[in-house]
Design a protein around this ligand. Sequence first.
Ligand SMILES: [Zn+2]
Length: 280
Amino acid sequence: MTEPADAAARRAIAPVICYPTDTLPQPDISLYQSARQTAVKTGEVIAPPREAATFRVPAGHFFRISSIDGPQVGDLNLWNAHDLSERFYSGKTRALHGTHLTTGHRMWSSFPTLRPMATVTHDTLGWYGKDEYGGSVHDVIGTRCDPYTGNLLSGSQYHHCCHSNLIRALADETGLSLAEAEPHVHDVLNVFMCTGFTRDTGQYFMKASPVRPGDHIEFFAEIDLLGALSACPGGDCSSEHSSDTAACFPLLVETFAPADGALDGWAPPPVNGYDRSHGR
Ligand SMILES: [Zn+2]
């Protein structure tokens, strides 16, 4: 294929940010952090290796995901605790904040609500930034490992991908059957996972997570949440996933309640203001 004469000029056009965020409602991080100082622990749950666990967090409370026994990545799903149809929207979160999340970024919900579900308030891996390969931590670019892609690529029948782990955990929590639970499982926040796109081919890559026991990421719940976290069969994702070969460790989820009055002036975000008439 031959290039047009002005190919270089066309490539040289500077990019424009799709969604400038100057008008995006900003979280009051200092209010959240001062409320966090007053918070007491209310519960904890462990996501065992190659399994998922669910947890509930009332609006205005915090939850923390921690690496404990060894480097491990987690796949996180969030739903409105009262309505599973409102769930985390990875693609729009990526469009608004970029490929990876850290302190101050938010996990946005699906249409038609499109509102913050959770805000990252603390990230011990915030120092990582972007590495020389373009890799970074806590991505919203991967989907979740699943048995269908494994079957497509290698004919496998593997049952402990994050997709299946999340389905079993959601079914156990809600009483839904596996078939009923499956459509509620959605693309994830890849907690602690280090990923990017290769510069030459644009392919999704992963590399060994920099997470170490003691590292954690903490969130403020903007609405009442049901969460599910899978300890990915890929472990630290240094080599492969969708099998039992990687070293795999548990993840800890803890919840915290701030003191009465610590959030004075704060209210859960309203649902999106679009009137939904869609031109009719
Ligand atoms: Zn996974």
